[in-house]
Every structure is written in structure tokens, then in C-alpha cells.
Design a protein. Structure first.
Ligand SMILES: NC(=O)c1ccc[n+]([C@@H]2O[C@H](COP(=O)([O-])OP(=O)(O)OC[C@H]3O[C@@H](n4cnc5c(N)ncnc54)[C@H](OP(=O)(O)O)[C@@H]3O)[C@@H](O)[C@H]2O)c1
Length: 347
């Protein structure tokens, strides 16, 4: 049994907690809460041990919450920490907790890979560099978009190699997650310096890749368009789709009209947290024009990275082979079953 503490209980932390708590190889030490709000009750009701900053122990108890101890106690009791702090908070946790206590940690995609606040020297993508994480102390799990790009690009690279000259990706991101309380602003915003391009190049360094990112007023899901330029005539749509027919965590669907249809279907089908945990290639907008293939795919922002974290844990801590790890992750998240259901529902 490996003892895992999840430092954070936001959109990502709470999903990680519910998935890892039913993995028999993992002993979930607990989750961290920093703010006294209704999520504390949710965590306790879910039977997770809740750890809080030591100076706030009294305040949580005064409110009637039966918290287990301090965050320091939890880190000390763990073999590995999965940091699920809000963007950028992982760096401070590394400096104040994980490094001094000599604990390995997985960080999320909102953390820096380069610069003064870099937390690790590797970004994990289970499709591309799974085994490189084995035995490392600190690794970043790529963000949802970065994970999705790796998942869509790598099969193309393996099949078409040097025939591909360039990738341009327009990331269209949701404004907020369904559970977020923040308002959705009626505006389309652009990102002057999207981190996604450099993040993907961390694990696919030779890709001639250019990324732009926009944020739109939606809570449902991301929708991205990848333009793949070939040297000469592009392959047929069948050849492109053939790359994904047996890809873990990639569904090929045809009849959805928008991201809301996919999210609502996941909720209606009772998928945990309303997540599909994958990317969905929209066959109906897959276009081949001269030297260019245009792939439109939606990316389940909240769900995508949860199985990725589980895979990373298996590489980093258990040093397990990828095939075996995929089987275990599939078993836990039922990705293949969900994929089949979605393909059937949206055929
Ligand atoms: N949301 C997504 O779709 C998504 C997808 C992929 C990757 N990510 C990445 O995952 C990370 C977490 O995102 P999120 O959406 O889960 O954020 P979130 O919902 O805002 O949750 C952030 C959590 O951080 C906790 N927190 C506050 N101070 C902390 C500290 N010092 N150390 C640890 N945790 C602290 C907060 O606790 P309190 O609520 O108790 O204050 C909250 O539970 C980010 O790096 C993000 O970029 C997010």
C-alpha cells in the first residue's frame, strides 16, 4: 500500500480523492482544506480524513468539523503527495513542505515547468513519456489541454512521422467549471502567452507546433481545433480516424452538436462527477483539404487529468509497465466502457 495525501480539495482534488479512495493499492491519507466552507462537510461525508493548516485547527473544530490534523501531519504520514492547489500554489507547498520533509510530489498543470517558480523538470503525458517518470521525485501532470494535445498528436506522429510539417492548434476553453461559483463573463478573451505550446514541447520537443488559446462564456467543456499540415497531400479521413480507433481515452463521435451535449450526456449516464475522462474527436467536423487535416475535438477539462494522475502515480511510485498501468486505470475509471457508450450514443 502506498500512502497518498491530496493537498487541495477543489475541482481536481475532490475527483482525485474519490477515484484514489477505491484503489486497493492506495491508502488515502486524506485531503487538505484551507477554507471553512461546505466542501469540508462534503469531504467528511465522503469519509475522507480532512487536514487543515495547523493555525486553523481550532477554527475548523469550533465550526463543528471533525478534522483529523494538520497538513504537516498528513504530509509526514504520506509516501507521496498529489498537490492539487490552485494554479501556482504548488511551488510554495514544495518549498515549505515537500522538500523539507523529503516527500515526492505530483503537481498539476497550472504549475510552472520553467523559471523561478518551476516545481519539476518534467511534464508527464501518459501517451508519450509515461516511463520517463519512474522513480522521479517531482513531476508535473500536464493540464487537460496539454494532456489532450499529446493524446491527439502522438498517434499521428507514430503513423505519419516526417510527412507532417506543422501543427496549429486553436484552444477554445470554457470560462469556468460546472461546480465553480465564479460568474461566467460575457466576453471572449485571448491568452497573450499560452503556456500550452511550451508544455507540449516538453514531451514532444520536435513538434513544429503553434498554439493560441481563447476563453469563451461556457462551463461545459473545451473544444479545440487542430490544423495538421502535411508535406504534400494529406491522408484521407479514414486514415486519420484509423489512428484513434484503439487509442486509450479517445472517443470518435459524430452526432453531438456541441460540448454541452457531451457533458450533459455524461451527467445523464451517471458518469462519476459528470466526467467522460477523455477527448472526443468530432468525426462530423473532421476535414481534409489539400495538404491540411482539421481535427475538431472536445476535451473534458475536469475529468481528463484524473486518470492521467493515476497513471503517473503508477509510473513514478510503482514503476509499473505502461500496459499493465493502463489496464488498472481503465478498470478504475471504466474509460473503455464509457468510450463505447459515448460512441454508441453519438453515432
Ligand atoms: N479545473 C480544471 O478543469 C483543471 C484541469 C486540469 C488541471 N487543473 C489544474 O489543477 C490545479 C487545481 O485546479 P482546480 O480547478 O482544482 O482549482 P480549485 O477548484 O480552485 O481548487 C484549488 C484548491 O486549492 C486549495 N488550496 C488553497 N490554498 C492551498 C495551498 N496552500 N495548498 C494546497 N491547496 C490549497 C483550495 O482549498 P480551499 O477551497 O479549502 O481554499 C482548493 O481546494 C491547478 O493547477 C489547475 O491548473 C485544473
Amino acid at each position: 500500500m502506498v500512502r497518498v495525501f491530496i493537498n487541495g480539495y477543489g475541482n481536481i482534488g475532490r475527483r482525485l480523492a474519490s477515484a484514489l479512495s477505491v484503489d486497493k493499492e492506495i491508502q488515502l491519507v486524506g485531503v487538505a482544506k484551507y477554507t471553512i466552507d461546505d466542501k469540508v462537510k462534503e469531504a467528511i461525508d465522503n469519509r475522507f480524513s480532512v487536514f487543515v493548516p495547523s493555525e486553523m485547527l481550532g477554527a475548523f473544530k469550533e465550526k463543528g468539523y471533525n478534522v483529523t490534523g494538520s497538513i504537516q501531519d498528513a504530509v509526514k504520514a504520506s509516501d507521496v503527495v498529489i498537490d492539487a492547489a490552485k494554479e501556482g500554489g504548488g511551488y510554495d507547498n514544495k518549498k515549505s513542505l515537500y522538500e523539507p520533509m523529503g516527500k515526492p510530489a505530483i503537481f498539476q498543470g497550472g504549475e510552472d515547468r520553467h523559471g523561478d517558480r518551476a516545481v519539476a523538470d518534467m511534464i508527464h503525458n501518459s501517451r508519450v513519456n509515461y516511463s520517463k517518470a519512474a522513480g522521479r521525485t517531482y513531476v508535473i501532470q500536464g493540464s487537460c489541454n496539454v494532456s489532450g494535445m499529446g493524446r491527439v498528436m502522438q498517434p499521428l506522429i507514430e503513423k505519419f512521422g516526417d510527412r507532417i510539417g506543422r501543427y496549429d492548434v486553436e484552444l477554445i476553453r470554457r470560462w469556468a467549471d460546472l461546480e465553480d461559483t465564479k460568474a461566467v463573463k460575457d466576453s471572449i478573451e485571448w491568452d497573450r502567452n499560452p503556456h500550452h505550446q511550451d508544455d507540449v514541447k516538453d514531451f514532444i520537443p520536435n513538434a513544429n507546433l503553434y498554439v493560441d488559446a481563447f476563453k469563451v462564456p461556457s462551463r461545459m467543456m473545451h473544444l479545440h481545433q487542430m490544423f495538421v499540415r502535411f508535406n504534400g497531400k494529406a491522408p484521407s479521413t479514414d486514415e486519420i480516424l484509423g489512428c484513434y480507433r484503439n487509442e486509450f481515452g479517445v472517443a470518435i463521435i459524430s452526432s453531438a452538436k456541441g460540448t454541452g451535449d457531451v457533458r450533459k450526456k455524461a451527467l445523464e449516464l451517471g458518469f462519476a462527477h459528470g466526467d467522460t475522462n477523455m477527448v472526443h474527436i468530432h468525426q462530423d467536423i473532421l476535414r481534409v483539404q489539400d495538404d491540411t487535416v482539421k481535427i475538431g475535438y472536445s476535451d473534458d477539462q475536469t475529468g481528463m487529468v484524473i486518470p492521467e494522475n493515476h497513471l503517473l502515480l503508477q509510473s513514478m511510485v510503482f514503476k509499473r509497465g505502461r500496459e499493465d498501468a493502463l489496464k488498472r486505470t481503465d478498470n478504475l475509471f471504466q474509460i473503455s466502457r464509457k468510450r463505447k457508450t459515448l460512441e454508441e450514443e453519438f453515432k
